[in-house]
Design a protein around this ligand. Structure first.
Ligand code: HEC
Length: 310
């Protein structure tokens, strides 16, 4: 048999093998969330790097990773499907409540270091796919560590106050005046990839300052400075073009040749680098469309310019 014939035969065989699967996936009756879609969403969310204690070679997503914040030290929790120490007993509704309202199945309020403030914008369909992916992973038995917080942060009454009076959740609503790809970019940035959780400064009560959207924060998680990523020419990324941004989110390389460091490196490595070209472009389109905000941030506070410090 010549190679063309062999190839045709193999293709035909593969077609038969794959078609019932495809039909099942596309069938409107079968809306079961799909694991590979969930894996992609997980990566778009930055690979949930806070839940793996990579430094101590701990098991994937089994928690225990310390995260320093001005409110104390948090320990990422076990989000493997272990029924006792992880989230294996959670129903779909438990998962959705945790991700959108910051409430545990027992009714405890989570501190917003768990970025449910962004995740609440993720669609229900995407949340269920994300859960399906997490539940497809190996369960790991590892007890959660108690957070080490400065009082009264983390106290339940304080969290209730915070949620009722400080936090004003906004659902994701697509903007019909913008392109489809811009809306996709906004959804990725604001909901899944939660860029603002690090790049938007917080007020004293820990709420993101809406007027400083993406303008950089001196006190990101782990005390890291998260730069201004609005398109301001002087203090932001106004001199970057679309390709610079998508290349950076894929490889962690800045236009000036510098390599990314710290938490941004982690979310790129474990997550964003896996994004499809069109999603990276959408993110870049969205970032470059933001209102430029002048906010000079330098690691050493003594060097800060006149602009207000965050
Ligand atoms: C977990 C916190 C965190 C998240 C989430 C995060 N970043 Fe970052 N980002 C940082 C930190 C910290 C730096 C500084 C790293 C460095 O300069 O090496 C940074 C650097 C950057 C830079 C380089 C800016 C410059 O001037 O050098 C860009 C661009 C950027 N982030 C875009 C994004 C986008 C877009 C998202 C969402 C898709 C995002 N980041 C999500 C923490 C974060």
């Amino acid at each position: 048999m010549n190679s063309r014939r062999l190839c045709a035969l193999v293709c035909w065989y593969l077609l038969i093998l794959c078609s019932p699967l495809e039909a099942a996936e596309e069938s409107p009756v079968n809306l079961a969330p799909n694991i590979s879609a969930g894996k992609y969403l997980f990566q778009a969310a930055g690979g949930c790097s806070c839940h793996t204690d990579t430094k101590n070679n701990s098991a994937f997503l089994a928690g225990g990773r310390p995260i320093e914040t001005p409110f104390g030290t948090f320990y990422g929790t076990n989000i493997t499907p272990d029924p006792e120490t992880g989230i294996g007993n959670w129903s779909d509704e438990d998962f959705i409540r945790a991700m959108t309202q910051g409430l545990s199945p027992e009714g405890n309020h989570y501190f917003p270091v768990f970025p449910y403030t962004s995740f609440q914008r993720i669609s229900r369909k995407d949340l269920l796919a994300l859960k399906a992916y997490l539940f497809s992973l190996p369960p790991v038995r590892q007890k959660n560590l108690p957070h080490d917080l400065i009082l009264p942060f983390g106290e339940q009454y304080a969290m209730m106050f915070w949620k009722n009076f400080v936090w004003s959740p906004e659902p994701f609503i697509s903007n019909p005046e913008r392109t489809e790809s811009w809306n996709r970019g906004e959804y990725l940035a604001q909901a899944l990839a939660h860029c603002g959780e690090c790049h938007t400064p917080r007020n004293l009560l820990g709420a993101l300052k809406p007027e400083m959207h993406f303008a950089g924060s001196k006190e990101g998680p782990e005390g890291e400075l998260a730069p201004n990523i609005t398109p301001d020419k002087e203090t932001g990324i106004g001199s970057w073009n679309k390709v610079d941004i998508s290349y950076f989110l894929q490889n962690g390389m800045k236009p000036d040749g510098d390599d990314v460091q710290g938490l941004m490196g982690e979310v790129i490595e474990l997550g964003y680098q896996h994004l499809l070209e069109e999603d990276l472009d959408a993110l870049a389109e969205y970032l470059l469309s933001l209102t430029p905000i002048s906010n000079e941030l330098r690691p050493d506070s003594a060097e800060n310019s006149e602009t207000e410090e965050y």
